[in-house]
Design a protein around this ligand. Structure first.
Ligand SMILES: [Zn+2]
Length: 149
């Protein structure tokens, strides 16, 4: 059986909230998706890639918009070797230095050391107001990622 996971990941991939703020954010998310199987926060020592699973729809260069799928895998491998401490890479399509976190993931994806997660939230999508409340709760801008795994 497949699962749907809703994740909020800070736009700054290295940022982490205090444990107290993370607990507050979990409580808020629980009120937004009361029917979810599980709502939790996850802290990671190293930056990881939160991919959208089966929702993956490709990736394009953040500088010129060219299809980046061909070189993305290798750039990911190189960056992962040092635990994603450095996300910058030179895009072979146009020679621009771009952050892997700022490529155009056709279906949203993100790098981060922290995520708020709701498993099988049982809703189609959150509203803009709910997204804003989550942002206010954590005090940083967030990316929303719907993953299908
Ligand atoms: Zn390019």
């Amino acid at each position: 059986m497949s699962d749907t996971i809703l994740r909020y990941v800070p736009s700054d991939p290295y940022w982490q909230p205090s444990p107290e703020n993370a607990t507050k954010a979990v409580s808020l998310l629980e009120t937004i998706v009361p029917g979810a199987d599980e709502v939790k926060s996850s802290f990671e020592d190293e930056v990881r890639f939160y991919d959208p699973g089966e929702n993956w729809s490709g990736v394009e260069c953040g500088a010129c918009g060219a299809d980046a799928e061909e070189w993305w895998g290798e750039a990911m491998e190189t960056a992962s070797e040092n635990g994603f401490k450095d996300l910058s890479t030179v895009a072979p399509c146009c020679g621009a230095t771009v952050s892997l976190n700022d490529l155009r993931y056709v279906w949203p994806a993100a790098f981060g050391r922290f995520a708020l997660e709701a498993h099988n939230p049982g809703i189609g999508d959150t509203t803009e107001e709910q997204d804003r409340k989550m942002t206010e709760c954590l005090g940083v801008s967030l990316r929303k990622i719907w993953a299908h795994v």
